[in-house]
Write a protein that binds this ligand. Structure first.
Ligand code: BES
Ligand code: ZN
Ligand code: ZN
Length: 494
């Protein structure tokens, strides 16, 4: 997609479609709408008078320009209440409008940055929303529907350094998110732990990051008993990928941020087998790993002044004659022992060893992202991810980065008492509690491995996947976490 900023007048625009935001309470007799009314021979005014156009979100009207070439149109697209237009709303406005246009044979679109959409953060939000909205899920059908693709986007507004920077950041954020979506969407037979590591390594090569992949022999040698317990049942070997971003210039930051993503490429539950209904969705149980890979790509392009490690512990979770069994006790890399009461609580096991490894590599702050619990889906649905944290300052930073980026989170508590739920009689801890506070007991388990290091856990089980498409986003993997993590890191080293 070629994206440019231009301040040419509406009459000089030659793109297939001129896309104009329309706000509730906006009058067609004023400003750009009046100009557009003139260019469409009064059709804009008619659209308002007839009540077809109201400015409400997702209301749209397509009109033809007088005297223009046959294909040139104007799309008036409702943007809702002007004063409530946050960056998230702008992303969604652009995503919905572009998705509406994608199926209507348009190749180039000029977006008029009018009213609240004219600010400097708008360029970023509009580009981000548009690029996220236009991507459809991976399809393997051999007969695909042919459709014209939108290949050019022009932002019509003030041409400034800020606008160009907005386009640059919006583009790299959306590209990284779409990359993560593609990874998370892949079926388990194609996206194995080895393939996930290869994808991370290829990205590192493209972006100039260092990358190291630990294989099972190396994991055995150093004693990653928790991660290896999960992969025992699978014929596919586990991998632990470590991506490393170092700031180019000598920075004052002593900080090493570790981003750790759960990379279960298929979660059947293991011996504690899941029901068949919707088990196929468990191919996206590597959504946290995909988010970390995507975030590292964005970070490589944002170049913040802080060192960042990205770790992706990857494995399948399958039952077999060799698989870990309920009741087994395993020794993690940290030395702590774990009673595996339920083999379906596998994410916390792979995260535990990755966290210990990150600490050995020098991590001073840790954020993990994981599709960890069904309980978090019940608690927060698909709107916000769960945030659990041992350090309130870090939690506040993540909430702010989430609200700004669109990947919103909501904090859940981690009082000591919750720890009692995962107390084991025969080991240092067990990997599940009772039926209560499931998202929190998952986090309490992980907390046992971080020591005093500031750490936050993002439970993205509900937000990593959309069951039904939204006007602004295709159904399937959402890439949740990429923009949150990249925004968070860029604020740390900005
Ligand atoms: N990958 C699942 C969690 C999940 C559920 C992700 C639904 C996305 C949608 C995780 O490994 C799991 O199975 N968790 C168990 C934990 C339980 C056994 C304590 C769960 O949530 O049921
Ligand atoms: Zn599971
Ligand atoms: Zn899982």
């Amino acid at each position: 997609m070629e994206i440019t900023v231009s301040d040419k007048p509406l009459t000089a625009v030659t793109d297939d479609v001129i896309l104009l935001p329309v706000y509730e309470s906006q009058s067609p007799a004023e400003g750009l709408l009046a100009e557009m009314n003139h260019l469409t021979n009064g059709a804009v005014g008619q659209a308002f008078e007839s009540g077809e156009m109201t400015g409400k979100p997702h209301r749209w009207v397509s009109l033809y320009l007088k005297g223009a070439r046959a294909t040139q149109r104007v799309l008036l697209y409702g943007a809702g209440q002007e004063e409530k237009l946050s960056p998230l709303q702008q992303q969604r406005w652009a995503g919905s409008a572009l998705r509406t246009l994608a199926s209507r044979s348009a190749q180039s679109v000029a977006v008029v940055m009018n009213g609240s959409c004219a600010g400097v953060t708008s360029a970023r939000a509009i580009v981000e929303g548009a690029l996220l909205g236009l991507v459809e899920s991976n399809v393997y059908a051999t007969e695909k529907e042919a459709r014209a693709e939108i290949t050019r986007l022009t932002l019509i507004g003030e041409v400034s350094a800020e606008a160009h920077e907005g386009v640059r950041v919006g583009t790299l954020m959306a590209e990284a998110t779409n990359f993560a979506r593609t990874l998370a969407h892949e079926p388990g037979n194609l996206m194995t732990p080895t393939k996930l590591a290869e994808e991370a390594a290829a990205m590192a090569m493209r972006e100039g990051l260092s990358c190291q992949v630990l294989n099972e022999d190396e994991m055995k040698r150093i004693g990653m008993g928790a991660l290896l317990a999960v992969s025992r049942g699978s014929a596919e070997p586990a991998t632990l990928t470590v991506l490393d971003y170092c700031p180019s210039t000598e920075s004052n930051h002593q900080e090493v941020i570790a981003l750790i993503g759960k990379g279960i490429t298929f979660d059947s539950g293991g011996i504690s087998l899941k029901p068949a209904d919707r088990m196929e969705e468990m191919k996206y149980d590597m959504g946290g790993g995909a988010a970390v890979i995507g975030a590292m790509q964005a970070i490589a392009r944002l170049r913040p002044q802080v060192r960042v490690l990205g770790l992706i512990p990857a494995s399948e979770n399958l039952p077999s004659g060799r698989a870990v069994k309920p009741g087994d006790v395993v020794r993690s890399l940290s030395g702590k022992t774990i009673e595996v009461v339920n083999t379906d609580a596998e994410g916390r096991l792979v995260l535990a060893d990755a966290i210990t490894y990150a600490i050995r590599l020098g991590a001073t702050r840790i954020v993990d992202a994981a599709t960890l619990t069904g309980a978090c889906v019940i608690a927060l649905g698909e709107v916000r991810a769960g945030l659990m944290c041992n350090h309130q300052g870090l939690a506040d930073e993540l909430v702010a980065a989430g609200d700004f980026s669109g990947d919103r989170v909501w904090q859940l508590p981690l009082d000591r008492e919750y720890g009692q739920l995962i107390r084991s009689e025969i080991a240092d801890m067990k990997n599940i509690g009772n039926r209560t506070a499931g998202a929190i007991t998952g986090a309490m388990f992980i907390k046992n491995f971080v020591g005093d290091i500031p750490w936050a856990h993002l439970d993205i089980a509900g937000t990593a996947w959309l069951d039904k498409e939204k006007p602004y986003l295709a159904k399937g993997a959402t890439g949740f976490g990429v923009r949150l993590l990249a925004e968070f890191v860029s604020r740390c080293g900005g």
